[in-house]
Design a protein around this ligand. Structure first.
Ligand code: GDP
Ligand code: IMO
Ligand code: MG
Length: 424
């Protein structure tokens, strides 16, 4: 039987999931995205070519691999079309191997308008969303008035669903001269895309089950990270979907028997884009050095990412809520030049030591990290081909992390390219 793996981010996103999914896709047959939308930016570097994918599974770069976008994803049809054009431009042929669930909800232009308007209204409490309309699209889905891929296939139904939006979203849509509020224009543009979606729509749940029973190997590609999960993350500074393993089940219509392994992607330090608690954040020169060395600028929005040391408290949480079996540690090379490297092992709060994430986010804002300091290895790890050949101090750092989390290390990434990887 094929091995099916879920790949999830263990921090606040941008852990390097794109690279890891691309690597593991080499040995898989099918790759499926299960949640999130174009808020994701997954980077894959092959030779001199850099691909940034937002909606389309990172497996698409490998010729012949079958890719699915599940019902749990919120799909921006315009962004999706742009991504298809981008693939064509890069000579990646996706015909006959990229499919979409008819039950995926669509992100409409007006969702982006609402996303921006709500952010403004939140004022100092704004989340710092990606402005991709993700929250408002999931709101419509849960409120049961979302528009889904399948609605594109029937003009009458689409018209009816859009007419309902006119009533429900009056305060945003009426009297707006913003193009994104023009429902007639949206209707016409979507109708032009109907044939494209007609060709791509399949029963994703059924296809995955068939692939599994044929002994094929499936990779489930998560977006964002555990601490952005709407239920289990740093709410309200979170995204609007389940970024953790459960999202793979509901977002694709598969049962637990389909999952053999859960791989958590862990960046060797921590980053976060947008607002919200971040106990190990470094606002001084060390944080800036991490940002510079790691090129920490958002793949979707270009925003500078907040940077800090590795935080084992949040990682323990991520490992537990996902049932992580093994971790892929990325961007180890970024730490190569540091004199010393710190790891947060616990938090201090009101004279007490906490080893787990506090339940009240207001406490997470107040905690002070307790660090264990490791001497830097001060030598290049990029190009090292085996764990044993890594500097001893780097091995000590990695082993300390894996031992604390009680997980195996599947691989270590020491650069953005495919070959800059050590399989352990
Ligand atoms: P994702 O959202 O989890 O897929 O991650 P992003 O693509 O948003 O951000 C990860 C960034 O780090 C991308 O620019 C990758 O090309 C890059 N990257 C991935 N792995 C490594 C690594 O091991 N070392 C370095 N230096 N860069 C890496
Ligand atoms: P990938 O898949 C990093 C963050 C936003 C914001 C919060 C809510 O590339 O790791 P949203 O637009 O989802 O309503 O924004 O979540 N966020 C991400 N941060 N990587 C991502 O995706 C993210 N997707 C959303 O910055 O703080
Ligand atoms: Mg990203």
């Amino acid at each position: 039987m094929g091995q099916n793996r879920v790949v999830v981010g263990c921090q606040w996103g941008d852990e390097g999931k794109g690279k890891i999914v691309d690597l593991l896709a080499a040995k898989a047959d099918v790759i499926a995205r299960f949640q999130g939308g174009a808020n994701a930016g997954h980077t894959i570097v092959v030779g001199d070519i850099k691909y940034v994918l937002h909606l389309i599974p990172s497996g698409i770069i490998h010729p012949g691999k079958i890719c699915y976008i599940g019902n749990g994803v919120v799909l921006d049809p315009f962004g999706f079309k742009e991504e298809l054009d981008f693939l064509t431009e890069k000579n990646i042929d996706y015909t006959g191997r990229l499919f979409v669930s008819p039950a995926a909800n669509l992100v409409m232009p007006y969702h982006k308008l609402i996303d921006a308007a709500e952010e403004k209204k939140r004022g100092t409490g704004s989340i710092g969303t990606t402005a991709r309309g993700i929250g408002p699209a999931y709101v419509d889905k849960v409120a049961r008035h979302g528009i889904r891929v399948i609605d594109l296939l029937s003009p009458d139904r689409l018209r009816e669903r859009l007419d309902l939006q006119k009533v429900l979203k009056e305060k945003y849509l009426a009297d707006s001269d913003d193009e994104r509020a023009d429902l007639d224009l949206i209707f016409r543009q979507l109708m032009e895309m109907a044939d494209l979606f007609r060709e791509l729509t399949v029963d994703v749940s059924l296809k995955l089950q068939q692939a599994d029973s044929e002994g094929k190997s499936i990779l489930f590609e998560g977006a964002q990270g555990a601490l952005l999960d709407v239920d289990l993350g740093t709410y309200p500074f979170a995204t609007s979907s389940n970024t953790t393993v459960g999202g793979a089940l509901t977002g694709l219509g598969v049962g637990t028997k389909m999952i053999d392994q859960t791989v958590g992607v862990v960046k060797a330090y921590t980053t976060r884009v947008g607002a919200g608690p971040f106990p190990t954040e470094l606002e001084g020169p060390i944080g800036e050095e991490l940002r510079r060395a790691g090129g920490e600028f958002g793949a979707s929005t270009g925003r500078p990412r907040r940077c800090g040391w590795l935080d084992l408290v949040i990682l323990r949480h991520a490992v537990r809520i996902n049932g992580v079996d093994s971790i892929a540690i990325t961007k180890l090379d970024v730490l190569d030049g540091f004199d010393e490297i710190k790891v947060c092992t616990a938090y201090q709060l009101d004279g007490k030591e906490l080893t787990e994430v506090p339940l009240d986010m207001a406490d997470l804002v107040r905690v002070k990290p307790i660090y264990r300091t490791f001497p830097g290895w001060k030598s290049e790890t990029t190009g090292v081909t085996s764990f044993d050949l890594l500097p001893e101090k780097a091995r000590d750092y990695l082993s300390f992390v894996a031992d604390d989390l009680k997980v195996a290390i599947l691989l270590i990434s020491t650069g953005a390219k495919r070959r800059e990887t050590i399989f352990v």
